[in-house]
Design a binder for this molecule. Structure first.
Ligand code: MLT
Length: 200
């Protein structure tokens, strides 16, 4: 997958950065640097193009995901992160996911597919990526969620449903809400950093 890697200090985690629709592997680098200036950063670009806009998986319509593709792309991304750990020599057991919008949705899918394999995750404006009868345990995986009360893409009840699913899987979920729709705000980034510093 197209990506960029920035080496950080040893012992610090690697932040895997997953952009929103229309973004690229560079989009969240500055946010990763704010959250932990000493972390390694792995920015990844989604393999799907929708009308020229990069994404991490296909959708049939706004908010209607192509589940088969989502599962395939989730496995592809998981395998890519493991390969990147070997290529760049970072500890695959010390990885956090940081995703915005479409990137938060594939991050959610990684969590709900693989369970406790990441140190933690920050999902900025996520939706419920998939609905299953049961999910693997996330009891070792703290998760931060930020959302807009008036987000036209990720509605409040869906965010609440995701929080419930993650908590039922055993995760400790911290949430931050604002009134600026789907926008990623400076306040939200500051809240993500505060959660990160208090949790890791
Ligand atoms: C998605 O398709 O993942 C969500 O609708 C968010 C987005 O528009 O990227």
């Amino acid at each position: 997958m197209k990506h960029i890697f920035k080496q950080g200090l040893e012992q610090h985690p690697t932040l895997v950065l997953l952009h929103g629709t229309g973004g690229n592997e560079h989009d969240l680098l500055s946010i990763g640097e704010i959250i932990d200036p000493n972390a390694s950063l792995l920015g990844i670009k989604g393999n799907i193009l929708e009308n020229g806009m990069p994404r991490f998986f296909k959708r049939l319509a706004e908010g209607l995901f192509d589940e088969e593709d989502l599962r395939f792309r989730t496995e592809e991304l998981h395998d890519f992160i493991e390969e990147a750990a070997q290529t760049y020599g970072f500890d695959k057991n010390n990885v956090l996911l940081l995703g915005y919008s479409n990137g938060a949705n594939i991050a959610g899918s990684l969590l709900l597919t693989y369970g406790n394999i990441y140190q933690g995750a920050a999902l900025l404006h996520p939706m419920v990526p998939m609905r299953q009868a049961s999910y693997p345990s996330l009891n070792q995986t703290p998760i931060f969620i930020s959302a807009g009360r008036n987000d036209p893409i990720c509605a409040m009840p869906e965010t609440d449903e995701l929080i419930e699913i993650l908590e039922e899987a055993g995760s400790t979920v911290s949430s931050f809400w604002h009134d600026f729709g789907h926008r990623l705000t400076a306040e939200e980034v500051a809240a993500t950093k505060q959660w990160y510093q208090q949790t890791f």
